[in-house]
Design a protein around this ligand. Structure first.
Ligand code: NDP
Ligand code: GDR
Length: 321
């Protein structure tokens, strides 16, 4: 069989780096789209940089997307690029809409006009469920986003469905619940906590300022979740899937698991700071991955506890260097 080509937008992000590793291990030619920055930040992909084709493009720029699809003729496109931090979506709502919502249409347009048999994956999110209308959340659960980010992802989800139905594109939307790893951005709650735990343990920090400890999330491991993205594009028909663990934990449990792993009590170190509260919160997320299990044979391999311990260990090792 001839070598397949995959284009990944957002290859410098957490998921992009794991997905690139997975596709390289399956002998794909991997093309990674990066936006122009004054300082290059390829930390997450530096170990595989020689094996991927890096190409400049931006979700804001239609012609760059067209040119990339024309030049590389990808068999599969994974649209992982986005403004992905919920609090920033409140302070930069218009930009978030441009990247996270309209960016999806730009890439779908590039595929439709240039290579319509390309298979397309859209990185949709459990944030679309927001103020949840059903517990647990599944593919048919009505959407009720609670942030400009969530609203933008709803647009991205429905434009993906619409291009599938209107133009017969092989377009899938993966509704992924929170997934983490040692490569997670430091502003997200899991990595913020595990990094602080490592610093406190090493005597480099004393306190940790946090927001809402009652929020509940369904947290999995990013390495497991990128496998689901690939599986969606290998099916006979395009469809949408919830990817989750089916378990939910409060932020306070995250703190407890992380601090107690190194023999500390989080109540001795955590300070509640209203600065980290959001204008509107998503209180409870718990996904039902039954469809993905049945149709894709997908199941998560890493438990919540193992994930948190893995992240604390990685932060300790990094800080000791
Ligand atoms: P990250 O924030 O780690 O990565 C986002 C990527 O998008 C980075 O590579 C970033 O590039 C790139 N990007 C941002 N804006 C643009 C732009 N205008 N043009 C081109 N590239 C751009 O996100 P994750 O890896 O965690 O998530 C991947 C995707 O999955 C995102 O769409 C996210 O919204 C979605 N998602 C994530 C979940 C999670 O729990 N991680 C759950 C559900 C959905 P740069 O390095 O230049 O900033
Ligand atoms: P989320 O992730 O908003 O779910 O979006 P995040 O880790 O930022 O927040 C999870 C929950 O923790 C609460 N929280 C805090 N969050 C942060 N970041 N910092 C804090 O100090 C803090 N204290 C409490 C939050 O209020 C929230 O309830 C992530 C992103 O990756 C999205 O791109 C993705 O779509 C969704 O997950 C699924």
């Amino acid at each position: 069989m001839s070598q397949k080509t995959a284009l990944i937008t957002g290859i410098t992000g957490q998921d992009g780096s794991y997905l690139a590793e997975l596709l390289l291990s399956m002998n794909y030619r991997v093309v990674g789209m990066v936006r122009r920055t004054s300082t290059i930040n390829f930390d997450r992909i530096k170990h595989i940089q020689e094996q991927v084709d890096i190409v400049q493009g931006d979700l804001l720029d239609q012609s760059s997307m067209m040119d990339i699809v024309r030049e590389y003729q990808p068999d599969e496109v994974y649209n992982l690029a986005a403004q992905s931090f919920v609090p920033t979506s409140f302070s930069q709502p218009v930009l978030t809409g441009e990247f996270t919502a309209l960016g999806v249409t730009r890439i779908l347009e590039a595929i439709r006009h240039v290579k319509p048999n390309t298979r397309f994956y859209q990185a949709s999110s459990s944030e679309m469920f927001g103020k949840v209308q059903e517990v647990p959340q599944r593919e048919s659960t009505p959407l009720y986003p609670r942030s400009p980010y969530g609203v933008a992802k709803v647009y991205g989800h429905w434009i993906t469905v619409n291009y599938r139905e209107s133009y017969d594109l092989f377009a899938c939307s993966g509704i992924l619940f929170n997934h983490e790893s040692p490569r997670r951005g430091l502003e997200f709650v899991t990595h913020k906590v595990t990094h602080a735990v490592a610093k406190i343990k090493l005597g480099l920090q004393k306190e940790l300022r946090m927001g809402n400890l009652d929020a509940r999330r369904d947290w999995g491991f990013a390495g497991d979740y990128v496998r689901a993205m690939w599986l969606m594009l290998q099916q006979d028909h395009p469809d949408d899937y919830v990817i989750a663990t089916g378990e939910t934990h409060a932020v306070s449990e995250l703190l407890d698991v992380a601090f107690s792993y190194v023999g500390l009590n989080y109540q001795d170190h955590v300070i509640i700071d209203p600065k980290f509260y959001r204008p509107a919160e998503v209180d409870l997320l718990i996904g039902d991955p039954a469809k993905a299990k049945k149709a894709l044979g997908w199941e998560p391999q890493v438990s919540f506890k193992v994930l948190v311990h893995m992240m604390v260990d990685a932060d300790l090792a990094e800080l000791k260097k």
